[in-house]
Design a binder for this molecule. Structure first.
Ligand code: GMT
Length: 374
């Protein structure tokens, strides 16, 4: 049996979701999976004898003003590589996880192959702090294989870091058993949404880069013309700003702040349009989750989003900040049920083919097998 270690940030976020779902699926495909993370990944909610969890213990010794997570992780990785006889260590993020993995490979007594998946955040970090440039580049160059979640992320990484390493594009995927439109109309009543009201949804970690204000302003334009509600799912630094804007616009009855939720597919199942007005987005996993649940995405034409949404076919793309265009597209879709249905069907088709979990898992397994045969 092949043994794989997986490291990701276990808190809410697309990269953690992908890492966890990947591990769960690998366990059904003959791999023994070892999560090495600082806490239990939030989507690791199943019991499976092939899945193990090794918690990184971060030392709080008083001399350490800043507890060294990266080193504690490297130590735990090295321990697990040797004890569990790992063949592959798949880390999500070059910084710091690839760096910790490289150190662990040097410490461990066993040969292990390192796979690093880039999710875009390394590049965002770089935008804030150039001092990390050579470290991220080192993490990429020293990995045995590197993947990225969109073509655009590969181009951006190569342009910003000048790395030579081949970076393979492996798109994100969803668990199709969970992300499917379910009959959940009854939930609307719990949220005081009338059966004839259209439902808009936005899901994120409410960081500035998500431009929540554009989401709310788009919705404000739409609801002048049709009866609608906006569900905001998630929490983060911009939540208060969003609250204030909703109050100023007099939309407190129409906008529902749900905070962090687990039942995302249930909430998508009562929704019609998904809005993502981000400034940067290497993929936009929430768009794929939406399409899989029959929700039409309208999003900004940035980063990897155009690789996920086909403009005018499975959703609409707008320029950054163009709330009028987003509102007009939404109204057009909601006023024409045939058009709406055709977008839903094409979206589902695309989600189940280009982004099918089986296809993506096979791609990762092929990559692992290549490395193990070297
Ligand atoms: O978007 C975030 O703030 C979370 C971040 C993460 O690290 O989980 O998401 C990134 O990875 C996701 C999974 O590959 C992508 O779907 C998101 O587009 C990407 N976020 C950004 O590029 C801003």
């Amino acid at each position: 049996m092949k043994k794989i270690g997986i490291t990701c940030y276990p808190s809410v976020g697309g990269s953690g979701i992908i890492a966890t779902e990947l591990g769960k699926l690998l366990a059904t495909r003959g791999f023994e999976v070892h999560f090495i993370t600082s806490s239990l990944p939030f989507r690791l909610d199943c019991i499976n004898p092939e899945i193990y969890y090794h918690e990184v213990e971060i030392s709080h010794y008083p001399v350490f003003q800043h507890p060294p997570y990266d080193l504690a992780l490297a130590a735990k990785m090295a321990e697990v590589i040797d004890r569990e006889k790992l063949d592959i260590l798949h880390v999500h993020y070059a910084m710091p996880h690839a760096i910790s993995a490289i150190l662990a490979r040097d410490i461990a007594k066993r040969d292990v192959k390192i796979v690093t998946t880039l999710h875009g955040t390394d590049i965002t970090v770089l935008g804030h702090d150039k001092t990390f440039k050579s470290m991220i580049a080192y993490g990429i160059e020293q990995s045995d294989a590197v993947t990225a979640v969109s073509k655009q992320l590969v181009e951006q990484t190569k342009a910003q870091l000048e790395v030579e390493k081949h970076i393979e594009v492996i798109y994100n995927f969803v668990n199709e058993e969970e992300y499917v439109r379910k009959n959940r109309e009854f939930i609307k009543k719990d949220y005081q949404i009338q059966p004839d009201e259209k439902v808009f949804i936005h899901i994120s970690n409410f960081r500035k880069v998500k431009r929540i204000e554009d989401v709310i302003q788009t919705f404000a334009l739409v609801q002048k013309q049709l009866k609608a509600k906006l569900i905001l799912v998630g929490d983060g630094p911009e939540t208060q700003t969003a609250f204030e804007l909703v109050k100023t616009l007099g939309l407190t009855e129409e906008v529902l702040f749900l905070g962090r939720q687990k039942n995302i597919s249930d909430l998508l199942s009562i929704s019609d349009i998904k809005l993502l007005m981000s400034q940067k987005e290497s993929f936009g996993l929430v768009l794929l989750e939406a399409m899989s649940c029959g929700v039409i995405p309208i999003a900004t034409n940035v980063g990897g989003i155009p690789e996920v949404i086909q403009h005018g076919e499975t959703g609409f793309l707008v320029e950054l900040g163009d709330i009028e265009a987003a509102a007009n597209y939404a109204i057009r879709l909601l006023e024409d049920s045939d058009l709406f249905q055709s977008f839903v069907e094409r979206g589902l088709e695309r989600a189940n083919t280009l982004f099918s979990s089986e296809k993506i898992i096979n791609h990762y397994i092929t990559l692992y097998e290549q490395l193990m045969s070297e």
